[in-house]
Design a protein around this ligand. Structure first.
Ligand code: HEC
Length: 498
């Protein structure tokens, strides 16, 4: 009797499962299985970039081109610089390192390994090669070390040829480029979103001689000109990030044609000569040399680099155009950017913008954030991504990279099973609530400042979080925290915002 009842119940449950599974099948959304970014953010890939096949499905690239992962596991790939020997240098500010991605000698479209070339640097960003030296833009100094481009080896000690640059603050990245005039150029972004700076070197592009002498402000009123380059005629252009907190669509980021001694408006003018609501009435003699932006880039798109495509191996149809990497917005209701665009100039100097590689964000889901682009010796375009910790290779030669999965080359992926002591998590929670993190990362944070923290375990381990707190992303303040605090904050964040 009892056995009969149990059997009936079991049969009933089985029938229910079959019926409901059938129903679910009928109403299953078609897109479910191919929605790579959702899959990515739900389950993660252990700190690896989105796998190549999913990447190829999601990204829109120029017709005839192929994209593949050149290197991954880099934690935070920022500025790219090719050496004459065919190695690719990458800066990793968060780790204080410059990496060397070994030349792809076997032509499989992947770097043949990675080595840490220089370490122990203070937020290294800009990289330049000149006269047997590797120059490195630290946040408050220009460092250099002897470097043999043929062998890829450094020698001697790091020396600092410019010290005491205003470092840290909101805009701490120093991009470094050798100019056609024999001077080396460096951007020094503003300390704040919008304010009147006390240090006249802030919000400028500066230049100095390669021996470190003659440091001077070249152009001023540039809030954060992270990316700059010279066109084939030798004219300097910069992409500049506009201020935040004036709404979704204002001000635009700017493309500036940079000339010596000119003033480009910040903090008094936004966009095309629109007075700033906070400082617009302020009298400043520099406004007499005000130059309006040449072209408006997407508002809050965070343009981080501009590179002109030149020489015989520029991709066909792109000769003389410039690639601009849009890192992507953080304080806009709907995300914008997360792509690389191509700018072209007509005979009259009028600029137009077209997509180049887009789709690192779709439906508010992010799989990558482009930082820099570099034309490789093979004619391919290389793109760094500091979100996925990867470098992508966009090739135009028609050949497809080997279908084998890209191996993780440096540091490996995130340790997923890292676990933390309850006391550490508790203390981290208290720190998170009392240090001011809630101001931007709390659920009640004001919408214009709110940055929800999520999917942290996919991209960070505790050590990465500690490093991030020591060198925060732009727009996030630097907090006075000791190693113990950072460890506990990491324990809390990785446990509660996996
Ligand atoms: C004034 C606003 C602000 C405050 C205060 C702030 N942050 Fe941030 N935080 C940001 C911004 C902006 C970003 C970068 C967002 C972006 O670029 O997508 C960020 C990014 C992060 C990230 C990386 C998120 C990711 O997805 O990669 C972590 C972790 C983080 N913050 C932790 C903290 C902690 C811990 C504190 C407190 C000690 C803190 N933040 C305080 C603004 C803030």
């Amino acid at each position: 009797m009892l056995r009969k009842i149990v059997t009936r119940i079991l049969l009933g449950v089985l029938a229910l499962i079959v019926v409901s599974a059938g129903g679910a099948w009928l109403f299953w959304p078609k897109s479910w299985t191919v929605n790579a970014p959702i899959t990515n953010s739900l389950f993660g890939w252990g700190g690896e970039p989105t796998p190549e096949d999913a990447l190829r499905k999601q990204l829109t690239i120029p017709a005839g081109a192929t994209i593949n992962i050149y290197a991954n596991g880099l934690s935070q790939a920022r500025i790219l610089r090719w050496t004459a020997g065919g190695d690719l240098l990458v800066s990793v500010p968060r780790k204080g390192e410059v990496l060397l991605l070994r030349r792809d000698a076997n032509h499989d479209g992947r770097a043949d390994g990675t080595k840490v070339l220089v370490e122990g640097l203070n937020r290294p960003h800009g990289l330049e090669l000149h006269d047997g030296w590797l120059y490195i833009g630290e946040t408050d100094a220009i460092a250099r070390i002897r470097f043999d481009e043929a062998t890829g080896a450094v020698s001697g000690a790091v020396e600092r040829i410019v010290t005491g640059l205003p470092g840290g603050g909101n805009h701490w990245t120093r991009t470094l480029r050798m100019g056609p005039d024999g001077f080396m150029y460096v951007n020094v972004g503003s300390d704040c979103n919008v304010c009147i700076e006390t240090d006249p070197r802030r919000a400028t592009i500066m230049r100095f001689r390669p021996d470190g002498s003659g440091l001077e402000v070249y152009a001023d009123g540039l809030r954060n000109a992270v990316g700059f380059d010279w066109d084939p005629q030798g004219q300097l252009w910069a992409v500049v990030n506009g201020r935040d907190l004036l709404g979704d669509d204002f001000p635009p980021d700017q493309l500036q044609r940079v000339e010596k001694g000119k003033f480009y408006g910040w903090p008094y003018r936004n966009g095309d000569n629109v007075p700033d609501p906070d400082f617009g009435n302020h009298q400043d003699p520099r406004l007499a040399s005000y130059a309006a932006p040449w072209f408006a880039l997407p508002p809050h798109g965070a343009a981080l680099s501009i590179k002109f495509l030149t020489g015989a191996n520029a991709p066909h149809g792109y000769e003389g155009k410039a690639l601009v990497a849009l890192h992507g917005s953080w304080n806009r209701t709907k995300k914008i950017g997360y792509e690389v665009v191509a700018l072209s100039w007509d005979a009259g100097g009028k600029v137009s913008l077209a997509p180049f590689v887009s789709g690192f964000q779709s439906n508010e889901n992010v799989i990558g954030r482009p930082v820099d682009t570099a034309q490789g010796p093979d004619g391919a375009i290389y793109i760094s991504d500091d979100y996925a910790g990867a470098v992508y290779r966009l090739s135009f030669s028609g050949e497809t990279a080997a279908a084998t999965p890209a191996p993780a080359v440096a540091g490996g992926g995130t340790e997923l099973r890292e676990s933390f002591a309850p006391a550490s998590i508790d203390r981290g929670k208290r720190l998170f609530e009392t240090t001011g993190c809630l101001e931007c990362h709390g659920s009640d944070a004001p919408p214009e400042r709110k940055v929800p923290l999520k999917a942290l375990r996919q991209r960070y381990n505790a050590q990465d979080i500690a490093a991030l707190l020591a060198a925060p992303p732009s727009n996030m303040p630097l907090f006075e925290l000791d190693a113990h605090d950072k460890q506990d904050l990491a324990a809390y964040l990785l446990t509660t915002h996996p």
